[in-house]
Design a protein around this ligand. Sequence first.
Ligand SMILES: O=P(O)(O)OC[C@H]1O[C@](O)(CO)[C@@H](O)[C@@H]1O
Length: 543
Amino acid sequence: MSVADTSAWGALTEHADSIATRSIRELFAADSGRGAAMSVRAGDLYIDYSKHRINGETLRLLHLLARETHLFEQRDAMLRGDRINVSENRSVLHTALRRRRDEKLFLDGHDVVQDVHAVLDAMGDFTDRVRDGSWTGADGGAITTVVNIGIGGSDLGPVMVHRALREYCDGPDVRFVSNVDPSDLLSTLADLDPATTLFVVVSKTFSTFETMANAHAARRWLVDELGEDAVGKHFVAVSTNADLVAEFGIEPSNVFGFWDWVGGRYSVGSAVGLSVMAAIGRERFAEFLEGFRIVDEHFATAPIQSNAPVILGLLSVWYASVLDADARAVLPYANDLARLPAYLQQLAMESNGKSVRGDGKPVGVPTGEVIWGEAGTNGQHAFHQLLHQGTRLVPADFIGFARAGQDVASSDGGTAMHEVLTANMFAQSRVLAFGKTRVEVIADGVDPNLAPHKVMPGDRPSTTILAPELSPSTLGQIIALYEHQVFVQGAVWGIDSFDQWGVELGKASAVELAPALASGGGPSDAMDSSTRELVAAFWKERA
Ligand SMILES: O=P(O)(O)OC[C@H]1O[C@](O)(CO)[C@@H](O)[C@@H]1O
């Protein structure tokens, strides 16, 4: 059944008209306990969802929507390993990656938790050796730099986590190459010595064009300097495709596997996190996985009223589908989380940027969200103007931390910079929600002619996620929170959130066009007129 055919859907669309008559300011005025009532804890995360365009009736109807779309049955099906990725006939078990060693989860009669821990042990042994210098390069020296080559889910997770846990990195320098733009690889290798460099080629399929192009170029760079025999000491792989890895020349003992039941964008807790483990060590990586597990447990067991991913997932459906919001801003008030918006773009948009349901029928309501953002306070000096006074509805997620890893005094010498940062975060969500009326502006002595420019409409929704500190555990908790939020959206919409057919045609088209841009190529009459002219312009410029 389409979400649009549920009784909750009809009631929510009617309810949207009535909630539109009451601003967030009015909703707060009517209930002095709203801030406490509309907040929830998941593990170490305190999540405030009070500054939304909702009241008790909205939540009641969203809960009804969850029940009518069998959200909890779908959650349980995912967690026990049913093949809920219907278009690829696969289980979806990234949650198995964070199960404890003594747990069991049988898939087709086989305990996958044992497999997960066997790979984690192998990753731990390998990264211990890289970190303590006993894994040596071809000339007997220790490895000082690890270069992760991958793209999409084989890059965004490791990049984001490595940067987020910067203060925990005490292993080799780790760098990332993803783009097929040669400048990415060349600038990364420019100051490196092949003798002390280790490449981790990460590709679930081991056939992604960009990754293979970069891996082969890196291989040539290494072999030119150290010879063919050096490859085994300087290349390891993370993949589910053992045959193609062997063809590349990487020894089976240097391959860290994962499984078809881990989607690329859900894979940072698998062997895809190998370079992160090299940077932070196996103990910290275990804490990272434990963070995920804490929120997995919460998602699996908390009642609907206090289940954070369920609440956040239903709220995002409310905005995206009922209130027609196209976008959501993700605003981490932590510079080390600067890559979180990019990571969440893939997680949310590759998962739910779809218009048909798992059964191939149209979803029938607007789906997906354009996720974007920037670390605070930088965003305040760029796009917050539109958030505050523009005409578009853009719900925002603020993410902050009570403690900074390192802190310094602010300009007044008394306040710490982290306190200023957090004051900015709280101020932004407050101003977005409550705004400033004309009466208040004029009471401040503003010229009435200028007042319209200074009125802040308010009524701009946001969620605030506050954690004690940015640590491996809290980072795992935040990622799992978002993973499950995305699951909830997809389940309500009836979407298969775990395939990505939409990116395939573009890849095939690039392969088809490549000869026209390679030497001896050029425009052809078979091309559409725009592509033909672009190819012609490309060749003209090259000449
Ligand atoms: O790990 P692979 O197989 O190289 O794929 C990389 C990325 O390409 C995609 O398949 C499509 O962009 C992503 O889902 C995936 O994360």
